[in-house]
Design a protein around this ligand. Structure first.
Ligand SMILES: [Zn+2]
Length: 429
């Protein structure tokens, strides 16, 4: 019955696991694509005689729509846009949309712009503590957007990015998504470098409002500098925008693969719920050897094993190691005995509290060629000790017990009194 139950449980577990794998496979990977800025918020911008006015909000929208189109071809993805036209959703709107959709990933796409026209390259930000001044400037530039919007002002009024309390709270909230965000960020930057031969300024941690309240891994990609004339041409060209979109798309695919792999491994780790071991109906002791000789604790014949129970039967001393009613411990004890050098050791089952119908147990306290003196420790401390002489040896025994457990119990009491090397003797009539 135990065996049947065990298999039923195992079978049930397998079906359950299969079911959950199918369920998780069915659930789409929801990604929020956020084209930075929009509407009255142009973001960073420059005018070049060759191409005219270039605004961050237009470049980010073009690239975002390209990434979305690629992802929408894959039925595993559900794509949500914070905007698909030239409008300005507040940062709160963007975050709320992502949180309400229970998105798996948030990708915000931006364009860099600085006074220095020589700066160029890509960088990807993840939510994190401030690391250096340059990052802080980027944060300020992106966070300035907030003051365009009345609703945001209310929502963020209590938030002071310079207070240590705010920073600690942020760290705790975001640390669980940080690792995943860093992974996606590294894929994005790697693709920019390897596929598009761009300069990567790295994956950086920064405290950015658009990422701060997201309850999911999130990144903010700065795809290049509109302030650098060469890069401005690249990020506004169809070729450049397609390459950038493809790099972001590939990174998202790599990220999802890594996440799915990680998820599957975690499920696997959960699987081996070992059934709780049930005790056996018998007690098991490991029979090390039988011998006409009596060996005391510490004798080399016992090969360093402790917790030996000696039971004498028909003039033979049987040496037992360990007592347990758990199969795993029994097997472990047997291994210990064999490892110690008792190659023929075997596990012997004992029915607990079994009374002897044709005999009794007694405790052999001493076996000696010389009579114990009347002021010996044993005879001084115990009454009713029996003495018998057989083949020139005096045997001193104590008590009669109907079952082994009672004998062991009294033996332990005597051991506590300082009487060592007691043998339990089985006397059959
Ligand atoms: Zn921006």
């Amino acid at each position: 019955m135990i065996t049947q139950r065990f298999y039923f449980k195992k079978h049930f577990l397998f079906v359950f696991l299969l079911f959950s794998v199918l369920m998780s496979a069915q659930k789409k990977f929801t990604i929020v694509l956020d084209a930075g800025h929009g509407g009255s918020d142009h973001g960073t911008n420059r005018t070049y005689s060759s191409v005219g006015y270039l605004a961050e909000k237009d470049i980010t929208l073009a690239v975002t729509l390209l990434v979305g189109k690629m992802l929408e071809k894959d039925k595993d993805f559900k794509v949500i846009y914070t905007r698909k036209t030239d409008v300005y959703p507040s940062l709160t709107d963007r975050t709320n949309l992502a949180n309400r959709s229970k998105a798996d990933l948030f990708v915000s796409i931006h364009v860099n712009g600085v006074k220095n026209t020589s700066a160029y390259g890509t960088e990807t930000f993840v939510q994190g503590p401030d690391q250096n001044k340059t990052n802080l400037e980027v944060a300020k530039a992106e966070n300035d957007v907030i003051y365009l919007d009345e609703k945001d002002k209310e929502n963020f009024s209590s938030y002071d990015p310079n207070s240590p309390e705010s920073l600690i709270a942020l760290k705790v909230q975001q640390s669980k998504y940080l690792e995943s965000s860093l992974l996606l960020g590294s894929f994005v930057e790697e693709n920019f470098v390897k596929k598009d031969k761009r300069l990567s300024r790295g994956v950086k941690q920064q405290n950015l409002h658009v990422l701060r309240l997201n309850a999911m891994p999130s990144v903010l990609i700065e795809m290049g500098f509109v302030s650098n004339p060469d890069e401005a041409l690249y990020i506004s060209s169809s070729k450049g925008q397609n390459e950038i979109a493809e790099s972001i798309y590939n990174a998202i695919i790599s990220y999802k693969k890594a996440r799915d792999r990680n998820y599957a491994e975690k499920e696997k780790e959960k699987e081996p719920e070992k059934p709780v071991e049930k005790p056996l109906s018998n007690d098991f002791r490991i029979l090390l050897m039988s011998s006409p000789n009596k060996y005391n604790d510490g004798d080399t014949a016992l090969k360093g094993l402790n917790y030996i129970l000696t039971i004498k039967e028909n003039g033979q001393y049987k040496y037992y190691y360990g007592t347990t009613n758990m199969a795993s411990i029994r097997d472990n004890n047997l291994k210990t005995a064999k490892d110690a050098g008792f190659k023929n050791a075997t596990a012997i089952g004992f029915t607990p509290n079994q009374t002897l119908s044709n005999g009794y147990y007694t405790l052999e306290l001493a076996a000696t060629k010389d009579k114990l003196s009347s002021n010996s420790y044993i005879l001084q401390n115990l009454k009713d000790v029996k003495r018998e002489k057989e083949k020139g040896v005096f045997y001193y025994t104590y008590g009669t017990f109907k079952d082994l457990e009672s004998a062991v119990k009294t033996m332990k009491l005597l051991e506590d009194k300082g009487i060592k090397n007691i043998v339990i003797q089985k006397v059959l009539k």
